[in-house]
Design a protein around this ligand. Structure first.
Ligand code: 5GP
Length: 138
């Protein structure tokens, strides 16, 4: 049982921000910036790709609302939404979660973003592979 399942079950306390039938949001215990909030499905899926359509829809509905609340309560006018999947991608708690991280002048998410250019051949092959994986054909 992950720590977030224990929070959902009420076995571990949290500073609750939002709750509905499928979604829970609460403050991160080690915030990067003031108002750093975690939004999780109550369903115990480890990574986003394993989440049911029902929980995905509920999260999608709740996220913008919670983002607005975080901005209003903190006064932040910018923020990042971060969602890690797999330990190689910095996921520590193996239960799907979205970080909402307010950006202030001196605090917020640090991003190392090494962008490269996408060549046309690689892009076409990758997109085709993904369309096929989605059962979409062209
Ligand atoms: P990850 O690296 O898995 O994307 O992030 C996990 C996040 O969960 C971290 O930011 C960490 O501070 C937070 N976290 C871990 N344990 C607890 C806990 O017991 N309570 C709360 N509120 N946050 C937690």
């Amino acid at each position: 049982m992950s720590i977030f399942e224990k929070i959902v079950a009420g076995e571990i306390p949290c500073h609750k921000v939002y709750e509905d039938e499928r979604v829970l949001a609460f403050l991160d215990v080690n915030p990067i910036s003031e108002g750093h909030t975690l939004v999780i499905p109550k369903e115990a899926a480890e990574t986003l790709d394993a989440l049911s359509d029902e929980s995905a829809a509920a999260i999608g509905r709740a996220l913008p609302r919670i983002c607005r609340a975080v901005m209003r309560a903190t006064g932040a006018s910018a923020y990042n939404v971060l969602q890690n999947n797999g330990s190689a991608a910095h996921q520590v708690v193996m239960h799907v979660h979205f970080h909402i991280i307010p950006r202030f002048q001196d605090r917020g998410l640090g991003i190392g973003w090494e962008a490269r250019s996408l060549d046309a051949e690689t892009g076409a092959a990758l997109a085709e592979g993904m369309r096929k994986a989605m059962g979409n054909g062209q």
